[in-house]
Design a protein around this ligand. Structure first.
Ligand code: PGA
Length: 242
């Protein structure tokens, strides 16, 4: 049943990119034509400064998302961006609870509130979870991730979960397909058949096929390899047609 979910290939640009990057969706389209990718969703999450300059998703078929949002719609929160502002600037998704945000202090309760804020603004939250290396070594990976999901995921109609083992992010170390399969099957049991489950952590063209082919992997959240459109297109091409 989960295999009928539309794959989502999401690039998280993190703190990279200037105004010239706003045209990258057009480059992507020359590498992977829109008519050849009607079976999947492609998403770029640029820095908030670039969102409203990015080529229009209606024209390119490359969706846009934020990398984080505040729980409130507006207010005295210096340096923050609300989900409503992201929506206004062209986003349809927002990443919440990325481990780099959790490392800066976001708790499960914060992530839960941000995911609710996303839904309030009409955005689909991509809720990130994942264990540390020490937790995996202690045999607690599944328990940790299950607890994060329980506490970080509010009751929502539409959301995406990204499983990103912290030790695999930006390190070049990827979880083995066996590890990912095991974790995604457990997450599937916990959240049901309708939620798209992304894997993230050093996804690249060389490992995309083995990860995206797994039963309960419905896409990828990509950091480093999503900065260049040729590697992003190669990864997207590895997403099986449903
Ligand atoms: P990476 O980042 O692909 O560079 O490991 C993934 C992420 O942080 O979402």
């Amino acid at each position: 049943m989960a295999k009928t979910l539309r794959p989502l290939i999401a690039a998280n640009w993190k703190m990279h990119g200037d105004m010239s990057w706003a045209f990258k969706p057009a480059d992507f389209n020359t590498l992977f034509l829109t008519e050849d990718r009607t079976h999947l969703d492609v998403l770029i999450c640029p820095p908030a400064t670039l969102l409203s300059s990015m080529l229009d998703p209606e024209q390119t078929g490359v969706l846009l998302g934020g990398q984080d949002c505040h729980a409130n719609a507006a207010g005295a929160h210096t340096g923050n961006v609300s989900a409503e502002m992201l929506k206004d600037a062209g986003a349809s998704y927002v990443i919440v609870g990325h481990s780099e945000r959790r490392a800066e202090g976001d708790t499960d309760a914060d992530v839960n509130a941000k995911a609710k804020a996303a839904a309030r603004a009409g955005l689909t939250p991509i809720i990130c979870v994942g264990e540390t290396e020490a937790e995996r070594d202690a045999g607690k990976a599944q328990k940790v991730v299950a607890a994060q999901i329980k506490a970080s995921v509010p009751k929502l109609k539409d959301y995406v979960i990204a499983y990103e083992p912290v030790w695999a992010i930006g390190t070049g170390k990827t979880a083995t397909p066996e590890d990912v399969d095991e974790m995604h099957n457990a997450i599937r049991e916990q959240v049901g058949a309708k939620v798209r489950l992304l894997y993230g952590g050093s996804v690249k063209p060389a490992n995309a096929e083995s990860l995206l082919g797994l039963k309960n992997v419905n896409g990828a959240l990509i950091g480093g390899a999503g900065l260049e459109m040729d590697s992003l297109a190669e990864i997207a091409k590895a997403a099986p047609a449903k």
